[in-house]
Design a protein around this ligand. Sequence first.
Ligand code: BEZ
Length: 232
Amino acid sequence: MPGLLLGDVFPDFEADSTVGRISLHAFLGNSCRTLIPQRCWGILFSHPRDYTPVCTTELGRAAKLSAEFSKRDVKMIALSLDSVEDHLGWSKDILAYNNDSSCNALPFPIIADNKRELAVKLGMLDPDERDKDGMPLTARCVFVIGPDKRLKLSILYPATTGRNFDELLRVIDSLQLTAQKRVATPVDWKPGDNVMVVPNLSDDEAASLFPSGVTTKDLPSGKKYLRYTPQP
Ligand code: BEZ
């Protein structure tokens, strides 16, 4: 993603969406479940095109998991390369794919990037996937944006590979935990599993920060860097 690095302030922008004209930072900051802007996270996920099969399954899953994102104070917003009118028509298909007749709108807006302006600005185009006019489509980008509006995580998949939204919840759990506590989450970590003490903490500091105890795995090198503690 040229130009956009972890820790950078995520660019603010105005765009048309299925809920009207929005300004990204105001949208993310103003109305998460807690109503406390300092706790509002955001997730922006992009899609190559409306009325496409993989995108339909992804947005269906995202809609089904929306309460889980909301529980974590994460506001969701999607983006696709078509117009608001197309997004609204496609949303009905997505709800039907979910067999959801309880509402007629998705629980998050979809930004209309039909001029590809955001796709270019945010480095989201997939050069290998093109529309019938030969224009590149948007890749499947995920940006997780912290309450400080800085980029906390980015993932970039090609258009042909659908994402795993359960994994996105898992990484958000890790990001939110590690934003508060001086721990890191190991391979395949799930909430409730042991976590790891970060390398830049001394054993004494770890002992006082983690009263539940720190266990260290013995290794052939004799170095004591595999330090586990129960999830604080
Ligand atoms: C899809 O969503 O199914 C898709 C979109 C663009 C390229 C390939 C697949």
